[in-house]
Ligand binder design. Sequence first.
Ligand code: FAD
Length: 415
Amino acid sequence: MSVVSLTRVAVIGGGAAGIMAAIAARHAGAGVTILEKNQRVGKKILATGNGRCNLTNVGLEITNYHGKDPEFAREALSRFNVRKTIDFFEYLGITHKVEDGGKVFPCSEQASSVLDVMRYELDETGVKVICEADVKEIRKNGREFVVNLADGRAIHADRVIIATGGKAAPQLGSNGSGYVLAENFGHKIIKPFPALVQLKLAAKFLKQVKGIKFAGYAEIIVNNLPVAGARGEILFAEYGVSGPPILSLSRKAGEYMQKNQKVHLKLSLIDYLSGRKLEEYLSRRLQTRPEKPLAFSFVGFINKRLAPVVLREAGIADANKPAGRITAGELGNIVRILKDWRFEITGTTSWLNAQVSAGGVDVAEVNAQTLESKIVSGLYFAGEVLDIDGDCGGFNLQWAWSSGYVAGESAAARL
Ligand SMILES: Cc1cc2nc3c(=O)[nH]c(=O)nc-3n(C[C@H](O)[C@H](O)[C@H](O)COP(=O)(O)OP(=O)(O)OC[C@H]3O[C@@H](n4cnc5c(N)ncnc54)[C@H](O)[C@@H]3O)c2cc1C
């Protein structure tokens, strides 16, 4: 193996957390090298916020974070907080705007502009970036780390920051290799599972309803009790459901499925009327034009492709009988389906579709003030590789920026 370079801080992974860690370490005076396995750094940043990069959220609370010990994140999130993040990006050149729900975006509406200014800062400050550098192994020889790449190159460093991301969206680079690097140093990994991801449902009619959108309310039900709920646009797909409220709830569903518990989804298609009001309304509607075929009576009220499915689920065999011939029991069943449609959740779609990884390096073995390993001195962690994940809305990038900043500054400060 040939030694190609000597550096002080080596950052493994050039994603949001790694780039921020490198800039912070460099600003604090260290020599820094980023090792990135892709051809370019920041590939995932380009995909964030549908290409607009929801870079933080002004309404951030610690309750937006999850993991075995979400409190762990408080220190880094306070040290490099939302205000400092916005100021930092303004300094780099990103004028910001705040949208609904406190979501912060660049005024350019371009995620690429966020990456552009970060790469400019790396260049300007002299951070060395080595791409196509797939880190396979990190060893510690005395006080020095030796970082071995897949192609046989080796990088020597005094400090190492693991910022490899988790397993979400492996097509963008993060494939779980950081967990192996951490495990080799004796770190415990909390079993990762996909979060902010679509849910798969057990239902035979999904092909028939795929593509139908509705604004409704979704709840995760465990042991017949609601454990989380969210409102917004929900989309039926061939595998199950998608849409912002579903992505938000997927973390909770995944948590229970990890414990092998049966998890159900309750969909309320008509969220704006109480059950009683809905029943009164439908009764009036059906009696106004009693000659209409029953399924056709719903045209104009719910998506017309949904009507026959709802009637079948309500146990009504003849969807074309005259609306006026509906019984009180049948009407009650329709109302139940429209207000409380239950599905068994059979899983989530794959890592390819997940925006974030729940689980990761157990934070009990990491110092919350510095993000240094409690097992190996000089080894640091930043970003999604740690067992911290955030809600949808800019919270995950904020964790990447905050943890990256703290890890970078701490690694440099100890030199
Ligand atoms: C489609 C999509 C949209 C999203 N939108 C938003 C959003 O708008 N707002 C928000 O807050 N969050 C969003 N997220 C989540 C957010 O992007 C991530 O939480 C965040 O990027 C994690 O940063 P990270 O640096 O920890 O990991 P990553 O961004 O995954 O970066 C890790 C880097 O390490 C590299 N790497 C991995 N292993 C190795 C190795 N062995 N050697 C060398 N390099 C390695 C990878 O190639 C990658 O470049 C989105 C995620 C996705 C997938």
